[in-house]
Design a protein around this ligand. Structure first.
Ligand code: G4P
Length: 285
């Protein structure tokens, strides 16, 4: 299966972001803590190359805590302001205002010297689809001001949100980029649900996920489904189907259903706290 998804509304959204970048002091980029590298959009990186950057490791509650700390160090060493957050529960979100002030201290000082007081910091909130941007904005802004949903690409159009007199946020639609140089990146994005599921072959994706998990977190599979990890991945998927009693007509196994269950269990954190990407040893400085 070839992993790629770049519908027209993403091209439009990217253009909107490019047009607005001059109004922005700061980019708040959300990544998924389970795949902090693959969930970074190189186009957003390029867009923000001359801007102050805050990186939020969102869904940190579903990622391995050991790696969360390593990833924070990794990105801080690369000049970013970094926080781990759980936007759904609000954990870590209250620290963001302080971090914004710290990140924009120079701008605020500069404004003060020029006699400009009370000009709010303007931040663009950006990230890939389904990374939790709407949930984050709702939690951060303290009210249901954006629509959230479980389908990638729900947030559309341009939206400014005034948090208080010091901070304004520009919400942007979740975007991917035109070509994944490394198909592994596309596969991981599909695992976490950032690609349109309708274009994916669920059975193949589920087998790919089994392959990765049996290497990195074998207990997650065996204990969740009470199975032994023997044989090739399709065999293991059959075991999952049996364990979850996924049968279609008669006695035949419903592999489509078993695949959906596995993917949903992973995406919702029911397989435990899992991080699929670890910083290279050389990067842990
Ligand atoms: P988006 O705007 O970036 O597309 O993402 P959105 O906020 O719609 O979030 C996508 C899914 O991720 C939602 O789940 C949301 O609750 C969940 N989510 C967002 N941030 C976090 C987090 O930090 N931790 C966890 N565990 N989940 C998070 P859903 O099941 O699709 O919807 P719902 O049932 O929660 O409404």
């Amino acid at each position: 299966m070839n992993y790629q998804w770049y519908p027209g509304h993403m091209t439009k959204a990217k253009r909107m972001m490019q047009e607005n970048i001059k109004l922005i002091d700061l980019i708040i980029e959300l990544v998924d803590a389970r795949i902090p590298l693959s969930s970074r959009n190189p186009d957003i990186d390029e867009l923000g190359k001359n801007k102050t950057r805050i990186l939020l490791l969102n869904k940190a509650d579903m990622a391995d805590p050991v790696y969360n700390s390593q990833w924070i160090r990794y990105f801080e060493n690369r000049g970013m302001y970094v926080l781990e957050v759980n936007s759904r529960a609000g954990t870590g979100v209250k620290n963001i205002q302080g971090l914004v002030r710290e990140a924009c201290r120079e701008k605020i000082e500069r404004d003060k010297k020029r006699g400009i007081v009370n000009r709010p910091v303007r931040a663009m909130v950006a990230g890939i689809p389904n990374v939790g941007k709407s949930t984050f904005i709702n939690t951060f802004a303290g009210k249901a001001c954006t629509k959230t949903g479980n389908k990638p690409g729900v947030t559309k159009g341009k939206q400014w949100i005034r948090l208080n007199k010091n901070l304004e946020l520009l919400d942007t639609p979740g975007i991917l980029w035109p070509k994944f140089e490394d198909q592994e990146v596309g596969r991981r994005l599909a695992f976490i649900g950032s690609m349109n599921d309708e274009i994916l072959l669920k059975g193949e994706l589920a087998c790919d996920l089994i392959k990765v998990l049996r290497q990195l977190y074998p207990d997650a599979l065996s204990s969740r489904y009470d199975i032994e990890l023997r044989g090739e991945e399709p065999e293991i998927l059959k075991e999952i189907a049996r364990s979850r009693k996924c049968y279609s007509k008669g006695e035949s196994l419903d592999m489509e259903k078993a695949s959906a269950i596995l993917l949903e269990d992973f995406r919702s954190g029911r397989l435990g706290r899992i991080t699929l990407e670890q910083p290279d040893e050389g990067c842990e400085d």
